[in-house]
Ligand binder design. Structure first.
Ligand code: SF4
Ligand code: SF4
Length: 107
């Protein structure tokens, strides 16, 4: 759970998911070990083994409807880049804008 300024920001993500549908170039693998990557189901990994498989710009592990209710289907083993996008940061704002969602104010 992410807590910032007393707001439960993880609940923002559960009704959002925009960063998981922003670009097929976003959910890329980076510093994960081979052991960590092996935990991600093969069907959800792209052909080049360089990141998550996407349908258009949407990560194939994303469940639900963006802007309504979403969840990561591989939350416990998701790539590092997915752990660094924080509600209210610049990437979050870009992604939310794409889907017509308001920017999250954290201060
Ligand atoms: S775009 Fe922001 S609020 Fe939406 S899921 Fe990503 S980090 Fe959470
Ligand atoms: S792996 Fe999970 S957190 Fe990462 S982009 Fe896909 S759905 Fe989102």
């Amino acid at each position: 759970m992410t807590l910032m300024e007393g707001i439960d920001l993880s609940s923002c993500c559960q009704s959002c998911g925009a960063c998981c549908g922003y670009s097929q170039n976003w959910p890329r693998f980076s510093i994960e070990s081979d052991e960590e990557l092996a935990l991600i189901p093969e069907t959800l990994v792209n052909e080049r083994q360089s990141g998550m498989r996407c349908e258009g710009d949407r990560c194939s592990a994303l469940q639900g409807e963006i802007g309504k209710a979403t969840a990561c289907g591989i939350y416990a083993v998701r790539p590092e880049v997915c752990r660094t996008c924080m509600p209210g940061d610049a990437e979050c704002a870009m992604a939310r804008r794409k889907f017509g969602l308001p920017t999250i104010e954290t201060a």
